[in-house]
Design a protein around this ligand. Structure first.
Ligand SMILES: C[S@@+](CC[C@H](N)C(=O)[O-])C[C@H]1O[C@@H](n2cnc3c(N)ncnc32)[C@H](O)[C@@H]1O
Length: 289
């Protein structure tokens, strides 16, 4: 059965010369599956209409040798080789490839979240429109503890944008409205209890204990991903993160419970951090809502 495709089998596929090959997950349980590989290579092996929700935090392409402020000190802005821009056209082409693949493997009612800064989010938004997604929201994730702007030449960058879009314009997607309205979001100084959740979310950057197994340079806070998973998935849904990083999306699924998670990252270091985080959370009971 296609629903359990990844969780019961390796991803098997027929090559052009007719032989059967497989891409092996590096880690797999009954609710958590990790691939250390290029996301385009792995996603190409998934069937059409397969996953319920995708959260994607692609390279920002901002690692240009500049400086920023971290813990009160001037540090390089560079996140890693994976974050270096290859130029406007090549970056756009990469975004188009992975977003197209996400569209193919999403169920018609499935939704995609894409997070980014000014360096990447306009290209991704343009492509969501070009590829005929139905854009549902753009969320401003405000970071109340964002680093100051050392150069004092522009406003201090203190938010990221999250685009939320559905594959099929006519289908009906999951939105857990009541949970968003009535849930407890104690980290968020903007959310008013028992009032509708609005499109500006105030959530601090990850706490130190979220980084106990290593520092991912662009790790998202668990509170952000828990909100996203809670808002846009239901029990037994398959959630995919093609840019897994330190595995925040997967850990959010694990904490909420009853979701199946697939994460893909090219970095061995980040996959290994994710496995450690998973093992720590594996025996903790699911949250109840
Ligand atoms: C912005 S970070 C994601 C951070 C993640 N959301 C978290 O909370 O930790 C992007 C990640 O994508 C990975 N990456 C970059 N290019 C990739 C590719 N082509 N396929 C798979 N992973 C890739 C990088 O190694 C990096 O960990």
């Amino acid at each position: 059965m296609i629903t359990n495709f990844v969780f019961e089998n390796l991803v098997k596929y027929i090559t052009k010369n007719g032989t059967t090959e497989s891409i092996k997950p590096v880690f797999k349980t009954d609710d958590f599956c990790l691939y250390q590989n290029d996301c385009l290579t792995v996603m190409a092996k998934f069937p059409d209409n397969y996953v319920d929700m995708i959260f994607a935090d692609p390279p920002y392409n901002l690692s240009n040798g500049g400086v920023t402020c971290y813990a009160g000190k001037m540090v390089s802005v560079n996140k890693g080789k994976w974050d270096k821009s290859k130029g406007f056209e090549a970056d756009l082409e990469f975004h188009e490839k992975w977003i197209s693949e996400c569209k193919r493997i999403l169920k018609p009612e499935g939704t995609i979240w894409i997070s980014g800064t000014q360096h990447s989010i306009y290209q991704c938004g343009f492509l969501l429109q070009k590829l005929n997604f139905h854009i549902l929201n753009d969320i401003a994730w405000f970071k109340p503890n964002a680093a100051p702007n050392l150069a004092c030449t522009t406003f201090a960058h203190s938010h990221e944008t999250l685009l939320w879009a559905r594959k099929d314009k006519k289908a009906r997607n999951t939105f857990n409205y009541e949970l968003m309205k009535n849930g407890t979001f104690s980290e968020d100084k903007i959310k008013v209890p028992d009032k509708q959740m609005r499109s500006v979310w105030s959530i601090p950057t990850p706490t130190q204990d979220e980084k106990e197994f290593g520092k991912h340079p662009t790790q998202k806070p668990l509170a952000l991903l828990k909100r996203i998973v809670l808002a846009s998935t239901k029990e037994n849904d398959i959630v995919l993160d093609p840019f897994n990083g330190g595995g925040t999306t997967g850990i959010a699924c694990k904490k909420i419970g009853h979701r199946k998670y697939i994460g893909i990252d090219i970095s061995e270091e980040y996959i290994s951090q994710t496995i450690k985080r998973y093992k720590k959370n594996n025996h903790q009971p699911a949250l109840h809502f």
